[in-house]
Each structure stands twice: as structure tokens, then as C-alpha cells.
Design a protein around this ligand. Structure first.
Ligand SMILES: [Zn+2]
Length: 150
């Protein structure tokens, strides 16, 4: 826990309470629809696929593959300018949904980051009162499976 964290903190919305509460416990949760069986992110009460309200929270595996990424070398605003380079990514989770993330613990070189590489969630406890943000990690020491080929 530190006050040195300079990036903007999430604007926590009430319907995300469980997401942030579980993130504090270093668990990644989202919602799924009991009618069409689709999992989705971000969490909301109404299924974005079939508009059913028959939805529920579930704990994800926290694992997936890298779907897309960009290495940011020019931050859009002041706090991000000090954070470069960093990787913004979309992760295809094993549980059937995509989630935006930062890819951490990787070399900031395009040749070191591969679409389809196995990743897992990790957590950054950025403050005492505001929840950690979730990130995906491609650190080979933490992922037991070889990079997936799609
Ligand atoms: Zn649905």
C-alpha cells in the first residue's frame, strides 16, 4: 500500500460491488446469463446478449489467452506519460468472455508478446481504500501451460 500511485483510480459503481470486493480478495469475478449461458464483462444485471435479467455472479478461472495488445509509448495524459511503456490488452478468458487489461511482467517488445499466449490474472493493490485493479500476467514462471496456438 502506497500513496505513490499516480494513475487514475477506478470510479466504482454500485452494480460492480461484488467485482471490487472479490478483487480485494484477489479473485476475478464477473457475470453470466442463466438463460443463454453467455459469460460477459463488464458485470451488469441485464445480459448484453439476450437482455435476460436471469443472471448471476461467478468466480472465473482467472486464465485466458492474449487476444490483442498495444505497447503504449506516449501516454495520453500526464499520469500515463510517466508510466510508459505499458501494454494495453484484450484477454480472451477461458470462461468465455473478453476483458480489457494491462499485460504486466513482460518485456516491452513486440517480439516478446504473442497473440494467443497464455495469461492469468494478477492483482495490484494500489491503495488502502480503493480496490486493486486486475491485470493479466504472461510471466512464464507463473503459467504452467505452453503458449496456445489458435
Ligand atoms: Zn443471456
Amino acid at each position: 500500500m502506497t500513496n505513490a500511485y499516480k494513475l487514475p483510480l477506478p470510479n466504482v459503481q454500485p452494480e460492480w460491488d461484488i467485482y471490487w470486493e472479490k478483487a480485494k480478495a484477489h479473485e476475478l469475478w464477473t457475470m453470466r446469463c442463466n438463460d443463454c449461458k453467455e459469460a460477459y464483462f463488464y458485470p451488469r444485471a441485464i445480459c448484453p446478449n439476450c437482455f435476460s435479467r436471469n443472471t448471476e455472479w461467478f468466480q472465473t478461472s482467472g486464465k485466458g489467452v492474449l487476444h490483442a495488445f498495444a505497447i503504449v509509448h506516449r501516454g495520453p495524459t500526464a499520469p500515463f506519460r510517466d508510466a510508459v511503456p505499458y501494454v494495453v490488452a484484450t484477454i480472451e478468458m477461458d470462461d468465455g468472455f473478453r476483458i480489457p487489461s494491462n499485460l504486466v511482467e513482460v518485456e516491452m517488445e513486440p517480439t516478446a508478446i504473442k497473440i494467443g499466449m497464455r495469461v492469468e490474472v494478477t492483482f495490484d493493490d494500489v491503495t488502502d481504500t480503493v480496490t486493486p485493479k486486475s491485470r493479466s500476467s504472461s510471466n512464464a514462471n507463473r503459467v504452467s501451460e505452453p503458449p496456445a496456438r489458435r
